[in-house]
Design a protein around this ligand. Structure first.
Ligand SMILES: [Zn+2]
Length: 442
């Protein structure tokens, strides 16, 4: 996941923070997110999940997740120590598949994109729910992924994002099967390829464009740590933009359009783009390159640009403004040297497109996720992020990304850590309750 974890509606100004703390003080922590209600009765969904948690098979599974917490951590460490750089996730995929096979997951396969897919069949007909984690990391080949353990704290690149998610998927799957929990429909247990930046969600895209594309009713990605529910998908458009010309001597060839100057004009226009705060819209020139020496007109000026928003229309709007700015910069640089016949070209490569969207707070999948958190006595905020759920969310399929419990630090950095503390097991417990809750009629 690429996750700044903005808390929806929480713009931590001092008065807001004070009122948040006041609310937190007055009502149980788990009631904070959606309904600050001291007196309200449990919703039908909450009552149903309370009953579900007490059903013998479910209760046994929840107890086992706590008692056998060490199993979950062992799997998390084992998966993390298999390197999974972008586009080189295959070894971890095979290990994940073999672990699912050992748990009794049926119909296991690795699809054309490299996703691991297996199935737990329910006890009655019903919907198809995907429970997935992503196999890839952001770390290049050669990164030391040996896990260091100090008490409940595990440290290694990728230990939280997304080895925690994968381990939570394994632990949940294990208890659903071992306790023969009854449910309707089927759970597709999935490990996806290419969730992180360069992968551009290629695994989950393949999942929703391949053989299963019309048969998935609900999608849950387990990604990261804590107890957040991501139901808002931050969309992003990414481009590598190049201005190109023949180049020449800075003195001898002077008087021709200059690709780096054109890029400079473009950057100045991008820097001045108007972006709304709500919905949030962002733009960034993150990398620039070009040129060979101080006394050469460069043959090219190249930059990488990232645009983001949680709103599809706002993203389309800033995208149109960006393209206009790029073309205007080209025209201005050409106009600067009207006598020159030297060509100047603008080349735009799309390097990433992640669709935006929202699974509304009122949908069954979000309400069930919130209600299950309350049953678990944990506080689960709704968040907006860029995850595998972007793809199903943009297609209008009920989808969320849930955190895997515990406390994570430093995702995407070499100092990444995951602390299980005393209640990391509540992550898999929560996930199990959400999955079975969604596949149980009530
Ligand atoms: Zn992730």
């Amino acid at each position: 996941m690429t996750r700044p974890v903005p808390l929806r509606g929480a713009a931590f100004t001092l008065p807001a923070l004070v009122s948040l703390l006041t609310v937190a003080f007055l009502v149980p922590a788990e009631g904070r997110a959606q309904q600050p209600k001291a007196t309200a009765k449990a919703s039908p969904t909450e009552a149903a999940l309370d009953r579900l948690a007490k059903q013998p098979a479910v209760a046994k599974a929840l107890t086992a997740l706590q008692r056998e917490n060490e199993w979950t951590l062992t799997e998390q460490i084992a998966l993390c120590e298999i390197p999974a750089p972008p586009f080189k996730e295959a070894a971890r995929a095979i290990a994940f598949r073999d672990k699912l096979a050992a748990l009794g997951v049926q119909k296991l396969r690795i699809d054309r994109e490299g996703n691991v897919i297996g199935e737990i069949k329910g006890t009655a007909p019903g919907p198809t729910l995907v429970l997935s984690g992503h196999l890839d990391t952001v770390f290049p080949e050669g990164t030391n992924v040996k896990v260091k353990r100090e008490g409940s704290k595990l440290s290694a690149p990728g230990i939280g994002d997304d080895c925690r998610g994968l381990a939570a998927v394994l632990a949940t799957t294990r208890q659903i099967i071992a306790n023969k929990i009854p449910f309707n429909g089927r759970v597709l247990v999935v490990g996806t390829m290419g969730e992180e930046g360069p992968g551009n969600l290629r695994g989950v895209r393949a999942l929703f464009s391949g053989a299963l594309k019309d048969s998935i009713d609900m999608f849950i990605s387990i990604d990261g740590t804590g107890f957040g529910i991501t139901n808002g998908a931050v969309g992003s458009n990414r481009y590598r933009v190049a201005y190109k010309g023949p180049g020449g001597h800075s003195y001898g060839a002077f008087g021709m359009p200059n690709p780096i100057h054109a890029m400079g004009r473009a950057i100045a226009k991008i820097a001045d783009l108007e972006a709304t705060a709500n919905p949030k819209v962002t733009f960034n020139v993150g990398l620039v390159s070009g040129g060979t020496s101080v006394n050469s007109i460069s043959a090219e000026g190249v930059m990488d640009i990232d645009l983001r928003s949680e709103s599809a229309s706002a993203l389309a709007d800033i995208d149109a403004k960006l393209h206009a700015a790029l073309r205007k910069a080209l025209a201005e640089e050409k106009a600067r040297w009207p006598k020159s016949t030297v060509p100047l070209a603008l080349v735009i490569d799309t390097t990433g497109l992640r669709p935006a969207g929202t699974t509304p707070d009122t949908t069954f999948i979000v309400r069930t996720s919130l209600a299950a958190a309350r049953t678990m006595n944990v506080y689960a905020p709704l968040t907006i992020s860029s995850t595998d759920a972007n793809i199903p969310i943009s297609k209008g399929i009920a989808a969320v990304t849930l955190d895997g419990g515990g406390v994570g630090r430093g995702a995407h950095s070499l100092d990444e850590s995951y602390d299980d503390r005393t209640d990391g097991y509540k992550g898999p417990q929560w996930i199990l309750l959400v999955v079975i809750g969604l596949l149980t009629a009530h």
